[in-house]
Design a protein around this ligand. Structure first.
Ligand code: NAP
Ligand code: GLV
Length: 306
């Protein structure tokens, strides 16, 4: 079995070494143009040239949860694409979103600014029930986030493409359930895959439907959000702010208006990192299972685009 690795902004050497250790009977190499034909490719944002050259791939393993960048390439027809599912990302996403929700609800940024200017001043506690948190996407990450936020006694809502049941979560689905979900949400968390149906889904119309004082947490993809609509709704007071971990252009350009908006907290796409050991173990296990013609988890539905 021959495996190629290609990961943009990733150091190939530890991935290749770990895959070799996990799959001692396989030949594993970092891809370079003209590489000999392989059975499997393990990739993150690979170049088109890899697929133009490698016509005999039996499966493609995405070294991340989101497959939007991979699906934007011309991929060989009919070759299964397998993405990372969890592998240590869900707990990271839950802790990141929990800190963003709590930081907002407990006004910790305001306290931080006051304390740094020497002000010892308390604010009245705010009723938790008036901060319903709505999670867009109830998949591997969204469901874990919904359960974690529920653990802090916030009212939790969820929205998915098909009907889902998550304990303690008021679940909505499909276009018919979207406006009702938004109307009952104050803090919205985006954990959708980026697809033609979800691109620009956080826009002036949808964000205006959130409860007054709404807050946006985008930890999915930058292209879910219409940047200028967010800024306009913060400026007119309908939204109170946002925590953004993902952007249309990454790194976020130095002249982007988000940098000058104090109500927006920016992090550099770190809410749930691909953990090397967990991901290699998952991918190696799935390559072996696939090779033995056993069922594997994480297979992407190419028509659905996630
Ligand atoms: P997942 O398990 O595939 O879950 C996707 C969820 O979104 C499902 O509940 C799905 O509905 C729902 N959905 C898809 N299209 C929809 C639509 N048109 N309308 C309503 N709901 C829709 O994905 P995941 O593993 O949780 O990951 C979600 C995304 O997080 C990834 O695609 C990636 O972009 C992002 N991510 C970001 C980071 C980061 O560091 N910032 C890290 C990892 C992942 P159904 O349940 O009905 O299928
Ligand atoms: C990171 O954003 C991922 O999709 O794994």
């Amino acid at each position: 079995m021959r495996i190629l690795f290609s990961g943009r902004s990733m150091d190939s050497e530890p991935w290749v070494a770990a895959l070799r250790e996990a799959l001692p009977d396989a030949s594993v190499e970092a891809w370079s143009p003209g590489a000999a034909p392989a059975d499997y490719a393990v990739v993150w944002m690979p170049p088109q040239q890899l697929f133009d050259e490698q016509r005999g791939l039996r499966a493609i393993f995405n070294a991340g949860a989101g497959v939007d960048a991979l699906l934007s390439l011309a991929l060989p027809e009919g070759v299964p694409i397998v993405r990372i599912t969890d592998a240590g990302m869900a707990v990271q996403m839950a802790e990141f979103v929990a800190q963003a929700v709590i930081r907002h609800y407990r006004e910790l940024d305001e306290y931080g600014r006051g304390i740094s200017s020497g002000a010892w001043r308390t604010r009245p506690p705010r009723p938790r029930a008036s901060f319903p948190v709505g999670i867009m996407g109830l998949g591997v990450l969204g469901a874990r986030v919904a359960q974690t936020i529920g653990g802090f006694d916030f009212p939790v809502l969820g929205w998915s493409r098909t009907p889902r049941t998550v304990a303690g979560v008021a679940c909505f689905s499909g276009p018919d359930g979207f406006h009702a979900f938004l109307a009952r949400t104050r803090v919205v968390v985006c954990l959708l895959p980026l697809t033609p149906d979800t691109e620009n889904i956080l826009n002036r119309d949808t964000l205006s439907r959130l409860m007054p004082g709404g807050y946006v947490i985008n930890v999915a993809r930058g292209a879910h959000l219409v940047d200028e609509d967010l800024v306009a709704l913060i400026d007119n007071g309908h939204l109170s702010g946002a925590t953004l971990d993902v952007f249309r252009t990454e790194p976020l350009p130095a002249d982007h208006p988000f940098w000058r908006c104090p109500a927006i907290t920016i992090t550099p796409h770190v809410s749930a990192r691909t953990l090397h050991a967990e991901s290699v173990a998952q991918i190696a296990g799935r390559i072996l299972a696939f090779h033995r013609r056993e069922p594997v988890g994480g297979v992407v539905d190419r028509a659905r685009r996630y």
